[in-house]
Write a protein that binds this ligand. Structure first.
Ligand SMILES: [Mn+2]
Length: 433
């Protein structure tokens, strides 16, 4: 028999908070679809409120009502469990996951109607799963009919991220610990990849070193498709082939993070394959590192989210001018977005259960102020296309990104990924050890 690996109190606490945040509402969450060529991962919002990771389930949560927490699940079935593994069944989700009621998935269409009659608002994410959408439309019709002429008409549907996205954007102490652990183990994997890499090894072999460490540390999975990009491959922002050979004289960019306990890290480091940065590589690297440090040192509670990018753009554009990659007035180059030729992306994103985690970056068109408990990446980069005839030749084909994961606290930024060095001499020392 399986047992949940996480204390169920974590999830109960979250459901309890909904009593204040969404009284009179119901949350209907569908489990992630099963793709048989990939290991199963539960939908993040579903997991956030339940801790339950079986496919083919639906959670109905009605804060403050009775029953408050209902799981519709697959039946116990010895024949099916031989193929797909253990199922908790209707009883198991009550005893192990704290559901008030476990009901068969096949009974959902019938059983859910009554539970929605007295609800004011339904939080359900439309458009993720066509079968589930159809179930919900039919359910709303039945509910409306069951309500009769009470003045209550069709249940309005709202995006669960209106509530759950804002809950998830501020990390609890439990979540902060989970994230520190994912960051710690991912940092170790990066260090091992640096030590392993030398001219002649393949990107695939480096990927293997990362995966070995991830799973030695009991990670659940990669947090996202890892990028192991040598030489000019680093200029492809979402390079996914990972099948080239690492060449003497090039740098290797690794963007990889492990997921553990449903929280992921997201780290990028760029280092010399032969253990020594060349002159032009040093210059690009130093420009990126300078920008990254300037953003991190500006971080504090209350800073507008979009100001991170402004700090990075200013720093990188100044460097691009002094390196001779751009010519002209810095402010004008910024206003006309000329820097985007070499820095085409944003400074980062929220991080958590999803690598690009939920949460709003702006409210009423204003960048939202950063709050304590937010976790996000800071990842400036410079990428000089190999065929960029306007760039000084020595810089062509160099791509550098440096990415750390930040937990913002009342007293400033905590760099959760600080275990992987980024100072040039420290990086070279690890590459040569
Ligand atoms: Mn990232």
């Amino acid at each position: 028999m399986r047992k949940p690996k996480v204390d169920m109190g974590v999830f109960k606490e979250r459901r309890d908070r909904l009593k204040e945040l969404a009284p009179g509402c119901a949350f209907l969450l569908s489990s992630a679809e099963e793709l048989h060529w990939m290991p199963y991962r539960q939908d993040s919002n579903f997991y956030y409120l339940t801790g339950f990771d079986e496919p083919g389930s639906i959670a109905l949560i009605r804060p403050g009502m009775d029953p408050e927490y209902v799981l519709f699940v697959q039946p116990k079935d010895p024949a099916m469990e031989i193929w797909d593994g253990y199922r908790y069944g209707q009883q198991g989700v009550v005893s192990e996951f704290g559901a008030d009621k476990g009901i068969l998935y096949s009974e959902f269409d019938k059983e859910a109607v009554e539970m929605l009659i007295d609800v004011d608002k339904l939080y359900f994410s439309l458009g993720n799963n066509a079968e589930m959408d159809r179930k919900v439309y039919a359910l709303l019709d039945k509910t409306m009919r069951a309500r009769g002429r009470t003045g209550k008409t069709r249940l309005p549907i709202h995006d669960p991220n209106d509530i759950l996205g804002e809950m998830r954007v501020i990390k609890s102490l439990y979540e902060q610990d989970c994230m520190r652990e994912s960051c710690r183990l991912s940092a170790q994997a990066h260090i091992e990849a640096m030590k392993f890499t030398k001219p002649g090894v393949t990107e695939r072999q480096v990927l293997g070193v990362l995966m070995h460490r991830f799973f030695q540390e009991n990670a659940l999975r990669e947090g996202y498709h890892s990028i192991v990009a040598s030489g000019a491959n680093a200029c492809t922002l979402h390079y996914r082939f990972n099948d080239d050979t690492c060449k003497d004289g090039d740098v290797l960019l690794i963007d990889a993070g492990a997921e553990k306990n449903y929280y992921t890290a997201d780290i990028t480091r760029t280092f010399p394959i032969n253990g020594k940065f060349s002159g032009p590589q040093k210059e690009i690297y130093d420009a990126v590192l300078k920008a990254q440090k300037e953003v991190i040192s500006a971080l504090k509670v209350g800073m507008a989210y979009f100001d991170m990018q402004k700090v990075a753009v200013k720093s990188l554009t100044e460097s691009l001018v002094s390196l001779g990659l751009l010519r002209g007035d810095v402010n004008e180059l910024i206003e006309t977005h000329k820097y985007r030729k070499y820095y085409p992306h944003n400074i980062g994103h929220f991080l958590g259960m999803d690598v690009h985690d939920v949460g709003l970056y702006a409210k009423a068109n204003e960048g939202r102020p950063l709050e304590a408990g937010m976790a996000f990446t800071v990842e400036p980069g410079l990428y000089v296309p190999v065929d960029d005839t306007e760039a000084p030749e020595e810089f062509r084909g160099i791509g550098v990104r440096i990415e750390d994961d930040i937990l913002l606290t009342a007293s400033g930024p905590e760099i959760m990924t600080k275990d992987v060095p980024k100072e040039r001499d420290e990086v070279e020392a690890i590459c040569n050890s």
